[in-house]
Design a protein around this ligand. Sequence first.
Ligand SMILES: Nc1nc2c(ncn2[C@@H]2O[C@H](COP(=O)(O)OP(=O)(O)OP(=O)(O)O)[C@@H](O)[C@H]2O)c(=O)[nH]1
Ligand SMILES: [Mg+2]
Length: 193
Amino acid sequence: MFLFDWFWSILSALGLYQKSGKILFLGLDNAGKTTLLHMLKSEKLGTYSPTQHPNVEELTMGNMNFKTIDLGGHVLARRLWKDYFTSDVSAVVFLVDSADNGRFEEASKELHGLLGYEDLQKVPFLILGNKIDKPQAIGEQQLAYYLKVDGLLTGKQHGIDKDGGRRPVEIFMCSIVNQMGYGEGFQWLSSKF
Ligand SMILES: Nc1nc2c(ncn2[C@@H]2O[C@H](COP(=O)(O)OP(=O)(O)OP(=O)(O)O)[C@@H](O)[C@H]2O)c(=O)[nH]1
Ligand SMILES: [Mg+2]
């Protein structure tokens, strides 16, 4: 087992194999999901209307091929999220506007609903605290506190966790407009499945 892990991590470090997966982009409306999807796809910052229909994109980042599905975050659209919780989902990226302190409770409620969902029990969660370019944005520890996930975070180390098979959950702070932070988050995520 150890040898296999070792061999796998060497291949991964050398970029000698392609990793693929299906990733759901979830989070409240206005969190930045669609902006992130297009930034990852074309490295361009755009303005988008609130998402009414899922955006599906095939993305390549380093040695990873992702099929990403960006779902609308407004209240009605959230009802459709569960239709996408199929057995081939590799990961969830949950975006939060870290500058919108009036909505942390709502975001926390939705996040915990997802974390408790039977079909997602083994799926790693990358929580992106977005919009840190805004002066009122809070820090990572505060966000963990307001989202009530302090006790759930599994650490930023790369590689498949050995600690009792806990589902990987971690927060990375980012600014999509400044193109910072989310790359580290995806690197972490890609080592978890
Ligand atoms: N300041 C700042 N604004 C951002 C950032 N990322 C996204 N935004 C803005 O946040 C707003 C919402 O972005 P969207 O990508 O449409 O949000 P969404 O999560 O797709 O929203 P729904 O489709 O309604 O679920 C837009 O005005 C974006 O320009 C960021 O890093 N910093
Ligand atoms: Mg959108």
